[in-house]
Design a protein around this ligand. Structure first.
Ligand SMILES: Cc1cc2nc3c(=O)[nH]c(=O)nc-3n(C[C@H](O)[C@H](O)[C@H](O)COP(=O)(O)O)c2cc1C
Length: 180
């Protein structure tokens, strides 16, 4: 039974998505900062993409039973993104979702700001060369060119539907078990 949603966020996307999931699923959400949940608890983890890795995931996987991972990045979500995330982060047997989040270079710590200044030029050049961009790609292009931007949507319905479909109805009974 998934009992918590854990997130790590620098510019607010993972926090916003985790809060949305929490509200729709009635499962509490917590930042990785000062996390004091019982070890081994079943959780969903929401973390941002850094060069293909989900930031904070390995520590959370050591302490908790991660049933699903939501990777959030500035990139548009291309077909096969979930599989790539799964391979890059060693997530065999774990459900993976990939979502587009915001980018805001001015809210990043200096080392990340410097890395992304160079990376954004590369991303913008690639997208401009591609042309005929869809909404998500246009959003990424704006992020890369201006240093700031939002994705076209913040939908969490797929995660909500997955959690509800995989819920064991008998788990509800635990809420009514008497406390000794
Ligand atoms: C150093 C660094 C590396 C990043 N690498 C990736 C990446 O590989 N793929 C991607 O889609 N986004 C990448 N991003 C963008 C963030 O994942 C994106 O802005 C995300 O929405 C941030 O989540 P947050 O708002 O919860 O902090 C990177 C950002 C930084 C600062």
């Amino acid at each position: 039974m998934i009992s918590a949603i854990i997130y790590r966020s620098t510019t607010g996307s993972c926090e916003f998505l985790a809060r949305e999931m929490s509200r729709k699923l009635a499962i509490p959400c917590y930042s990785t900062k000062n996390l004091k949940l019982p070890k081994g608890m079943e959780v969903i983890y929401v973390g941002w993409a850094l060069a293909g890795k989900v930031v904070g995931l390995s520590k959370v996987m050591k302490d908790y039973d991660v049933k699903a991972v939501v990777q959030v990045g500035m990139s548009p979500v291309y077909p096969g993104a979930e599989e790539n995330c799964s391979k890059a982060n060693g997530l065999a047997g774990v459900k993976v979702f990939v979502k587009q989040g915001r980018f805001d270079i001015n809210r990043l710590p200096l080392p990340f700001k410097l890395i992304m200044k160079a990376k954004c030029k590369e991303i913008a050049a690639k997208l401009e060369a591609k042309g005929n961009l869809n909404e998500a790609e246009q959003a990424t292009l704006k992020m890369a060119k201006t240093g700031k931007g939002e994705p076209p949507c913040w939908d969490v319905e797929d995660v909500v539907d997955w959690e509800k479909a995989n819920r064991n109805p008998l788990d509800v009974m635990k809420w009514y078990e008497p406390i000794d």
